[in-house]
Design a protein around this ligand. Structure first.
Ligand code: GUN
Length: 286
């Protein structure tokens, strides 16, 4: 069966819209999210537009700052300092990737940790690592856990989770969240040996490698819960291309107990969790 990320994201946004209204009525605070986009990467422009629309739809204030691709690092840092001290801004997101002349780590460290709704600041990633409940948690990993729980229920304790991928944005944080849920966690990556056999032991398999349809049916334990984080565009005869995940969906679907489709699985949950983090930041520091 499929785990419907689109429906779950809609449910979450509906709940958030009610909570945003409550925060306005009770404390006079309207959560504000500012997204900073440097350059004109077409994929980033689509993401940023979607974020802005969904932010407004649940009653929060959305601001977008467009900077040219040749913006200096210092100009970007100055902009972030202004946003850090603006009380109407509760969440700041700098869309990645950044142009190569800008130091990504420095930019992330410049965002005030309490406004870092991506959860990428070392204060937040350190907090997640130490189990600090106040850490802002990266959005895609949060979405993965919610999707797994949608199928398995709230108790993931004792399950063997295999995460393929070790990025700071998805692989590492999702592994830490699964550990927090008392899963037994294996992190696999490009140098892992016997990857198919290892994956076939997973009760929960999270694929976050960015390789189109890499995970095949034999890699999946019958009945496993498969969370596919990949969003890869592959060429098609009509020239339009097609979005596929890191899992070969057609093969894997009959073997898995439940699987997230691409599109319509993890993707919609990421933005919904970004809105959740923004509300959380506004509640705590508004
Ligand atoms: N680019 C792709 N995914 C993300 C994300 O989750 N956050 C930011 N800031 N940029 C991204």
């Amino acid at each position: 069966m499929n785990i419907d990320g689109k429906a779950l994201a809609q449910e979450l946004r509906d709940t958030l819209a009610v909570e945003v209204k409550q925060l306005k009525d009770e404390r006079g605070i309207t959560p504000g999210l500012t997204v900073v986009l440097v350059g004109e990467d077409p994929a980033s422009q689509v993401y940023v537009r979607n974020k802005a629309r969904q932010t407004q739809e649940i009653g929060m204030i959305s601001n977008k700052i467009d900077l040219p691709a040749d913006t200096s690092q210092q100009a970007l840092l100055d902009q972030l300092h202004r946003l850090n001290s603006d009380p109407a801004v509760h969440g700041i997101l700098v869309q990645l990737p950044l142009p190569s002349h800008i130091d990504e780590a420095l930019v992330i460290e410049t965002i005030a940790p309490e406004k870092d709704v991506d959860g990428f600041h070392p204060m937040n990633s350190g907090g997640l690592c130490n189990g600090d409940p106040n850490a802002l948690v990266p959005c895609t990993p949060q979405g993965c856990i919610m999707l797994a729980k949608k199928h398995l229920g709230d108790n993931l304790s004792g399950k063997h989770a295999v995460v393929i991928g070790r990025s700071n944005i998805v692989g590492k944080p999702v592994a830490l969240l699964l550990l927090q849920e008392s899963c037994t966690v294996t992190i696999a990556h490009s140098r892992t040996q016997n990857l198919p056999e290892l994956c076939a032991q997973a009760d929960i398999l999270v694929a976050a490698v960015g390789r189109p349809e890499m995970v095949k049916a034999e890699w999946i334990k019958p009945g496993a819960t498969v969370i596919d984080v990949g969003i890869n565009r592959i060429p098609t005869d009509d020239g339009k291309g097609r979005l596929v995940g890191d899992v070969d969906y057609a093969e894997a679907q009959p073997v898995a107990g439940a699987i997230t489709p691409v599109p319509g699985g993890v993707g919609p949950m990421t933005i919904a969790c970004l809105l959740k983090n923004t509300l959380e930041a506004a509640r705590r520091f508004g």
